[in-house]
Design a protein around this ligand. Sequence first.
Ligand code: SAH
Length: 272
Amino acid sequence: MFFLEELGVEPNLYIWTVRTLRELGLKPSRRLGQSFTVNPAILRDFAGLCSNLSRDRCVEIGTGLGVVTYILSKCCRRVISIEKDPRLYEFSRKLLSRYSNIEIIHGDALELLHKLEPKTVAGTVPYSITGPLLGAIASSTAEKVAIVLQKDVVDRLLAKHGSRRYGSITVLMQTFFKIHKVNVYPPKYFYPEPEVSSAMVEMTRVREVPNNMEEYEKFLKCLFSYRRKTLRNALARCCRRVDEDIYSFLDSSKRVFHLPPEDILDIFRRCI
Ligand code: SAH
């Protein structure tokens, strides 16, 4: 691919990745979710979303060896990429130093994301932090998100109410984003291979972050710890006081997991 040649990465991304890691003496860390993109199809899919992302600054989670960073730098006016591993930070900073619209930051994405006030969040993210990262993205200023996650998690984000996978993370993300699955990737598209398939998801914000976001997250966690209980039973445990009006339009004997996100948000606003 033309862009990998410009970067000095030889045509075969897999060979380049394995060799570079070996030269760096870097054994990929599972704890840091290090699985590097070795199939250009993923890069092509990011490039395909370019026109949706190009407004303003992009924040990338998990620079790795910098190949996704490079693609994003062709899409976004400015890319700020966060990498926790000091060796990968040093390497990618050198590799990408000639691109003036790329800035690599050494640190923890979970701590830095909010401070960077992103408009766009992108990347093939470390699977070790998917849960908290989605929460951080939801409560951030991000309006557009294009990330690669475990396919199983993407399926949960897209789950319909009443289904097995429908849970608190589904409701949280569906409350704030329109969600679209872009593509699915087998484990062999990464090195080392993760245990599960992956998928790219594109999310567009449809609702601003409320002041009481933390309470909403807590409420969802509480509610879904009683996912098979009736609404009345669950609310007795998750709200101090319930505005009884809600039962005029919601059946109190409905189970929690049967309620669509709009109803759950409505209930949250009426429970004190
Ligand atoms: N985007 C690259 C790397 C994916 S692997 C690629 O597609 O090839 C995930 C990367 O996230 C690794 O480089 C890992 O070191 C980094 N990482 C792990 N935890 C992180 C955290 N909390 N904050 C920022 N980066 C992190």
